[in-house]
Design a protein around this ligand. Structure first.
Ligand code: PLP
Length: 381
């Protein structure tokens, strides 16, 4: 088919909103220091690699997975500090929590249905809502990144959202919203819609709403093993009283046997995970401390409950470009990937950097320090 004919065909069959979309951009990262995607920088230690190899060896790949994933759910419940009183039927697994977000939207996409979420927050809430045909309403956070409760309450009344997403801690700002604020929203959403608390960074924040599930039938708590150190296996889970309904939109066998086997083998290695989490937390404190030393140069560093830091760069007097664009480009040419957030609402001049290994963090801190020094002196890095 000629290119022109192909374009014409796509124009007639694709939804207008899909045509207008640009795909989620994931930069090529070969050989680069990857501080852009909140991955755990440490690979599996050799002992754990052997445990994994042994577990994978015998997996019957000719068979579909257990359709109910009973063993996997049990291991998640036991290893992820989930209340054992939560029945397995109230837990739903996804091919990453991205798939769970999408399933929630698909299930709730009645005519004119609305998804509400703070803004800025995790971009997939808006993306999934729109792809499911729902309207997305973002509520700007306050300047200190706390929830604007009065604005949210007014919008809950006005739109009666089917879903309210709250990332806890929030991505990309890194803060935990006040529990009392979330309780107000849970109360306001009662009888209106479902509140989804996305605890993707639970392992670093150690704060959870799992223990409150029995109080709120319209609450769903979502987690993932991605940020813990298993982003490659794609496994997320959510729990709540409404799971039997959402289970209807789950593609059968959505979690594959290799993922299942890897999770069953690796999640029980509590010591390995605790050591890596502790290392990331101590690195986070160290990088925070180092960067706070640059406040005289106009660098703003926000405290974080996750495995990344949000930074606001100073205004540059000697460069026309957006300061975040400019610095991300410097990092890129030096082989370091970070996330530019300067186009997001309330995040002018902001970047997000994942906490990596000591060596990786040193490279980043050094790049930023050199940049700040040279900007002030008015000469290029
Ligand atoms: C990274 C992230 C996710 C995605 O997790 P996956 O399980 O890898 O799909 C979900 N929510 C938030 C807030 C995240 O930051």
């Amino acid at each position: 088919m000629a290119k022109k004919q192909q374009d014409a065909l796509l124009k007639t069959i694709l939804r207008d909103d899909v045509q207008a979309l640009s795909a989620y951009l994931v930069p090529d990262s070969g050989g680069l220091i990857k501080l852009d995607a909140m991955e755990n920088p440490y690979g599996l230690p050799e002992g754990a690699q052997n445990v994994l190899a042994n577990a994978i060896k015998g997996v019957p790949l000719n068979r579909y997975p257990d359709p109910n994933y009973r063993m996997l759910k049990q291991v998640l419940r036991e290893t992820q500090a989930i209340d054992l009183a939560i029945p397995l039927d109230n837990i739903l697994l996804g091919n990453g929590s991205d798939e769970l977000i999408s399933m929630l939207c698909v299930a709730c996409a009645r005519d004119n249905a609305v998804v509400l979420a703070p803004s800025p927050s995790f971009v997939m809430y808006e993306m999934s809502a729109k792809l499911a045909g729902m309207q997305f309403v973002g509520v700007p956070l306050k300047l200190d990144f706390s929830l604007d409760i009065s604005a949210m309450l007014a919008l809950i009344v006005a739109y009666r959202p089917a879903l309210l997403f709250l990332a806890y801690p929030n991505n990309p700002t890194g803060n935990l919203f006040a529990r009392s604020d979330i309780e107000i929203l849970l109360e306001a959403m009662d009888g209106i819609g479902v509140v989804v608390i996305d605890e993707a960074y639970y392992h670093f924040a150690q704060q959870t709403w799992f223990s409150r599930l029995s109080e709120f039938p319209h609450l769903i708590v979502m987690r993932t093993v991605s940020k813990l150190g298993l982003a490659g296996i794609r496994l997320g889970f959510m729990a709540g009283a409404l799971m039997s309904e959402f289970n209807k939109v789950r593609p059968p066998y959505n979690v594959n046997r290799l993922t299942e086997a890897a999770a069953l083998a690796l999640l029980p290695l509590a010591g390995v995970w605790q050591e890596q989490i502790d290392a990331i937390l101590s690195e986070r404190a160290e990088v925070l401390r180092e960067l706070q030393g640059w406040s005289d140069y106009g660098l703003e560093v926000f405290d974080s409950a996750a495995n990344f830091l949000l930074l606001r760069l100073p205004v540059l007097t000697d460069v026309e470009a957006d300061p975040a664009d400019f610095f991300c480009q410097i990092c890129r040419t030096q082989g370091v990937l970070i996330k530019n957030l300067s186009k997001m609402p309330s995040l002018q001049r902001c970047i997000r950097v994942t906490i990596g290994s000591r060596a990786e963090n040193q490279v980043f801190v050094e790049l930023l320090s050199r940049h700040l020094l040279s900007s002030r002196l008015g000469r290029p890095v």
